[in-house]
Design a protein around this ligand. Structure first.
Ligand code: ADP
Length: 724
């Protein structure tokens, strides 16, 4: 046994190729060096060939064959393997084959690939297309263990059979000849038809990308390499992406907004609308900076937004390729695509919208301004204004209207509901007003008006109004579509003037008639009678007085007329006030029955004024004092000097003036309305002429009075230097 085993051992070592004696379970009994060198792992005697970490398809196939106890031979492109049953085990020889460089390279590459963890099926066949190698990737992809396919199946068994036959039919038709599956595959792959449907062991299908390489050895076809990798998920993804891309394109091209894709500001893609908006072909935008399409002053801000990943929309001034500008609204959005952060900027040209907005804004401001102006005019106006909607609801009331139509508590908003509640109005006026409003509101009339008056608690000063209502449907400038404008004009003053004028007519005719009838009476007497010289003189004096009354009266009329028209001219002279007053007092002393006291100032006072006009004031005031004190004979005239002013006062002990009349006393035609005054007679012009003259000289005139006790009129003027 010893010798035999030695012999065996030496024999083994002598052989130029690898030989080993192995037991059926794969345990190496003896092996020579070339054999050991065939295996990448550090194989030792007693190691088990079938327990190697990297089980090759060959060793796996070997173990299967050995179980059956049959001899087996297998050829690889680089070696031939023989397994010959021997005693309890096998003699295994690995005989290297002469090398074909091309095949070796391919083979080595294949081997290298077989051992890398590529997610791909690698299948090798012999020339008859019988599978000879089947890698881990193939097992994973197809679900077959290597021993199920090696030397049992051709790769065609791995294809989905229906598609395979259909494609063969198609290619046969195309080539106009019969094709074997192998030929058909070559034709198909030549044409780039790489995607095929495959079938797994569990009969499920997947789409794989196929590569097929024939392997030649010394010009002889020895087999094929097949590579298959699953692309179904990829295809699905591609389909989805294509779909999405299409959708995106369609969307991007159909929107009127410019859509720019950019990475850190560099444009990657732009749509059709971007061409229109920025006036540059989209492909010319690619590669340029987004901020080139932003007006210079705004670039820093846009860059800041890009750098800080700000995604809030903003408005900015854009710059077109031709250098013109536009207003845009930008909606930025960041998207992460394959680990890369991109920014999509959707930009809308809002120049037109902005223009319209600005126009509207201007229009709005103009309307608001107009409305403000109108409202302030309405507020400032003396009239009461009420604006209502077409149903009568109040839109606006100015202060006067509020005062006029004030109601305690919550007032109804409609004017026609408010009117009946106004207790200050007379019932008769209220019902007439409602009737007028009704015919206006129901469209029967476009304008209504009426006069009414509101009695006051003190029984005097009754307030007179004129109501005027008009439809506003064409008066859009007020800022309302339709409605009504009601104006309540306070015409109390007018009414008073009317009354005064009416009185004036009777006063004046009375005032004129009295001296005229007395004059004509005396003239008749003198014509028809023989008169004594005494009588004659008395009559003539009276006639002269009456004529003077007439002249004064007419002069007063003319004066007030001139003053009102602004034609009155004053001549300014330097004169002594004391002398003037003394002169006038003297004259009254000569003609009248009243005793006139004159209390002069302590020192001479001078004025620069129209002497004749100041004299007129003095005459008016002294004649009033005499006229309105029928039961007293005292009149006091006094000059006082205070600071730079002279105060001249005329005091009487006559009928006096009620306090309520003080305010109107100096108005033209105003006369205190009582029996005494009526009896005394007058035009109501004197005091208004006095006031006009004094105020024109920069002075003032005042009254103090008590009814039944007397009155004091005082005027004040600035004094001048003693010498002009
Ligand atoms: P006339 O005397 O012609 O009526 P005036 O303008 O001089 O007009 O006076 C206006 C009114 O003022 C008079 O009608 C009278 O009622 C009142 N009045 C003026 N002076 C006096 C006075 N000294 N005493 C009482 N009432 C006076």
């Amino acid at each position: 046994m010893e010798n035999r085993s030695n012999l065996q051992s030496e024999l083994l070592q002598a052989l130029p190729y690898g030989v080993a004696l192995i037991q059926k379970d794969g345990t190496i009994v003896q092996a020579n060096r070339p054999f050991m060198e065939q295996f990448p792992e550090n194989l030792q005697t007693k190691s088990n060939l079938f327990h190697m970490v990297n089980q090759s398809p060959i060793t796996m196939e070997l173990s299967r064959r050995m179980e059956q106890g049959l001899p087996w031979m297998y050829e690889l492109p680089t070696m031939r393997v023989h397994a010959i049953p021997w005693e309890e085990g096998y003699i295994l020889s690995i005989e290297p084959l002469p090398l074909d460089t091309r095949v070796t390279i391919q083979h080595n590459a294949f081997e290298a690939m077989m051992h890398t963890e590529l997610d791909m099926a690698m299948i090798m066949t012999d020339a008859n297309l019988l599978i000879t190698r089947f890698n881990q990737g193939a097992t994973e992809l197809f679900g077959y263990a290597p021993h199920e396919v090696l030397y049992e199946m051709t790769p065609f068994a791995l294809f989905e059979s229906r598609e395979l036959s259909e494609k063969r039919t198609n290619y046969q038709d195309e080539m106009e000849r019969l094709l074997s599956f192998e030929q058909m595959l070559r034709v198909a792959l030549d044409k780039g038809d790489r995607e095929w449907k495959f079938q797994r062991k569990d009969r499920t299908h997947f789409v794989g990308k196929l590569f097929m390489h024939p392997v030649y050895e010394q010009e002889q076809l020895v087999g094929f390499f097949f590579f298959v990798f699953d692309v179904s998920s990829e295809i699905q993804l591609k389909g989805e992406l294509q779909h999405k891309e299409q959708r995106y394109r369609m969307f991007a091209e159909s929107v009127i907004e410019a859509v720019l894709f950019h990475e850190n500001g560099m444009i990657l893609d732009a749509n059709k609308a971007a061409e229109t908006i920025f006036r540059i072909p989209a492909d010319e935008m690619v590669g340029r900076q987004t901020i080139e399409f932003i007006a210079e002053g705004y670039r820093a801000d846009v860059l800041r937004r890009i750098r800080n990943h700000i995604q809030t929309p903003y408005e900015v001034i854009g710059r077109r390729e031709d250098g013109t500008f536009l207003e845009m609204e930008v909606y930025p959005k960041e998207v992460t695509y394959q680990g890369q952060t991109l920014r999509v900027a959707v930009m809308r040209d809002i120049s037109d919208r902005k223009k319209i907005e600005r126009m509207l804004e201007r229009e709005k401001n103009a309307i608001a301004r107009q409305r403000d102006i109108i409202q302030s005019i309405l507020q400032a106006s003396n009239e009461a204004f009420v604006l209502t909607e077409s149903n009568g609801s109040v839109l606006f009331m100015n202060v006067h209207a509020r005062r006029l139509m004030d109601l305690p508590g919550i007032a109804p908003n409609k004017i026609q509901e408010r009117i009946p509640l106004l207790s200050t109005f007379r019932p008769r006026d209220r019902s007439e007003m409602l009737k007028k409003m009704d015919i206006l509101l129901d469209g029967t009339a476009r304008e209504v008006s009426m006069r009414f008056s509101i009695p006051q608690p003190n029984d005097r000063d009754e307030q007179y109004y004129e109501m005027y209502g008009t439809s506003m449907d064409t008066k859009r400038q007020i800022g309302m579509d339709s409605g009504y404008l009601f104006v309540f004009r306070n015409r109390t003053e007018e009414e008073r003037m009317d009354q005064i004028k009416n009185e004036l007519v009777s006063t004046v005719s009375h005032e004129l008639r009295t001296p005229l009838s007395s004059l004509s009476g005396y003239i008749e007497l003198m014509l028809n009678r023989e008169l004594t010289p005494d009588k004659r003189e008395r009559f003539l004096k009276t006639m002269s007085k009456e004529a003077k009354r007439l002249t004064d009266l007419l002069n007063d009329f003319l004066d007030i007329q001139r003053m009102e028209d602004g034609h009155q001219e004053y001549k300014r002279n330097h004169f002594s006030l004391n002398e003037l007053v003394r002169e006038v007092v003297e004259r009254f002393r000569e003609t009248g029955d009243h005793s006139i006291h004159f209390d002069d100032a302590e020192k001479p006072l001078f004025l620069i004024a129209d002497r004749a006009r100041i004299e007129q004031v003095l005459v008016n005031l002294i004649s009033n004092a005499i006229k309105y004190s029928p039961n007293s004979h005292e009149v006091e005239v006094r000059i006082r000097h205070e600071r730079n002013q002279a105060h001249v006062s005329i005091k009487d002990y006559g009928i006096g003036i009620p306090e309520h009349a003080f305010e109107q006393l100096f108005q033209k035609f105003y006369r205190v309305d009582n029996s005494d005054t009526r009896q005394i007679g007058g035009t109501g012009l004197g005091l208004s002429i006095c006031k006009e003259i004094i105020e024109s000289h920069g002075g003032s005139i005042e009254v103090e009075s008590t009814v039944g006790e007397g009155s004091t009129f005082t005027f004040t003027l600035d004094i001048a230097e003693e010498t002009p």
